[in-house]
Design a protein around this ligand. Structure first.
Ligand SMILES: Cc1cc2nc3c(=O)[nH]c(=O)nc-3n(C[C@H](O)[C@H](O)[C@H](O)COP(=O)(O)O)c2cc1C
Length: 186
């Protein structure tokens, strides 16, 4: 299995607007693969404007927020590519699409790293941050995975949140749990 790094990918729409989505970037040599499942605004944007930024952040509210209709995170222009990046990124990469592997379900956009910039120090690991990212992935698959598996995995993740979360992680966790509750209430 290849290395996959969970990032906040920003692309530019036909109308020039920034689109933010958490996506796992797949390592391939010095390049990164962006592989969105159809349908996807990220995919449509990459076909129109073949550039992206990947912002690395330890504010897991961005991951949880994008999955719970809170996509309005501050962004600023990237240095080189015609795309925005997260304003509060610890580091960000600027990516140019060099190759596209067509696929009816999940095309692969191979990206070359044009620039990497560091903005702020990484403060260290926190188990609740990892738990929120995992829970956000589960929430993105609520329509695909069986309810008992979702609830079993969330229960394990909840323990890490209860033991180690700060206020930021608690807020992100609450957004995700509200969405899970609402999903199963209908
Ligand atoms: C950590 C994380 C990684 C994800 N990785 C992917 C991915 O590689 N491909 C994908 O299609 N969706 C992925 N998702 C789900 C997308 O973020 C979500 O479906 C998103 O809305 C993409 O659709 P969009 O491009 O229309 O915004 C991931 C979600 C999370 C929280």
């Amino acid at each position: 299995m290849p290395l996959i790094r969970e990032t906040i990918v920003i692309t530019t729409g036909r109308d020039g607007r920034a689109h933010i989505a958490p996506l796992g970037l797949i390592a391939e040599g010095d390049d990164w693969i962006i592989a969105p499942f159809r349908p996807s605004a990220t995919l449509d944007n990459l076909e129109t404007v073949p550039f992206a930024t990947a912002s690395h952040t330890d504010d897991v509210r961005v991951f949880a927020g994008c999955l719970t209709s809170r996509r309005d995170w501050p962004t600023v222009d990237a240095n080189v590519v015609p795309v925005q990046r997260l304003a509060d990124a610890l580091t960000h990469m600027e990516l140019a699409v060099t190759d596209v592997t067509a696929d009816p379900q999940r095309p692969r956009f191979r990206c070359r790293v044009v620039l990497t910039v560091q903005h702020a120090p990484f403060q260290g690991f926190n188990r609740a941050q990892a738990a929120v990212v995992e829970a956000a992935i589960l929430v993105s698959r609520l329509n695909m995975l069986p309810r008992d598996r979702i609830e079993r995995e969330l229960a394990i993740l909840q323990s890490a949140v209860e033991k180690t979360a700060g206020l930021v992680e608690l807020e992100a966790w609450s957004w995700l749990m509200d969405k899970v509750t609402a999903h199963y209430a209908v």
